[in-house]
Design a protein around this ligand. Structure first.
Ligand code: TYD
Length: 135
């Protein structure tokens, strides 16, 4: 798995003068079953989130409001994505180190995940992550 397996997914957008609507179905618009949703909000200016990789978890990261950057790193290649559309999501496959920064004020980062929370699924130490991906 590497950063080229990660990509922006354009989600369905039902345009309407009353307001737009986007929907996401597991195994259809995202390549996994959605087991968990979490979101970051009230992020103070200059804060950084992430700083870890997941062993088996797949995720879709969406800027529901405002904007932020996601830096993906597979141990060889790094790519920075700027997310600012609520009808687009960044698909992040397993074994990718990620950092989130550059949050605009009032931004909301929603994450759809393929599994429930499990601390054992995390690499939180970059050296340990590098050791695992360089095998
Ligand atoms: P973490 O995944 O490190 O946050 P981020 O990647 O956004 O910086 O999680 C922060 C804390 O929240 C950590 O103590 C674990 C807890 N947490 C849960 O209990 N359940 C969850 O679904 C998530 C994502 C985090």
């Amino acid at each position: 798995m590497n950063v080229s397996d990660c990509k922006i997914i354009d989600l369905p957008k039902i345009q309407d003068p009353r307001g737009n609507l986007t929907f996401i179905e597991g195994n259809s618009h995202v390549p996994f079953d959605i087991q968990r949703v979490y979101y970051l909000y009230d992020v103070p200016g200059g804060a950084e989130r992430g700083g870890h990789a997941h062993k088996g978890l797949s995720q879709l990261i969406i800027a529901m409001s405002g904007s932020f950057d996601v830096v993906l790193d597979d141990g060889t290649k790094k790519r920075r994505f700027h997310l600012n559309r609520s009808y687009q999501g960044l698909y992040v496959c397993p074994m990718i180190w990620r950092e989130l920064d550059n949050f605009s004020s009032g931004s909301v980062c929603m994450v759809l995940a393929s599994n429930n929370y499990d601390e054992a699924d995390y690499f939180r130490d970059y050296d340990q992550y590098m050791e695992a991906v360089s095998k």
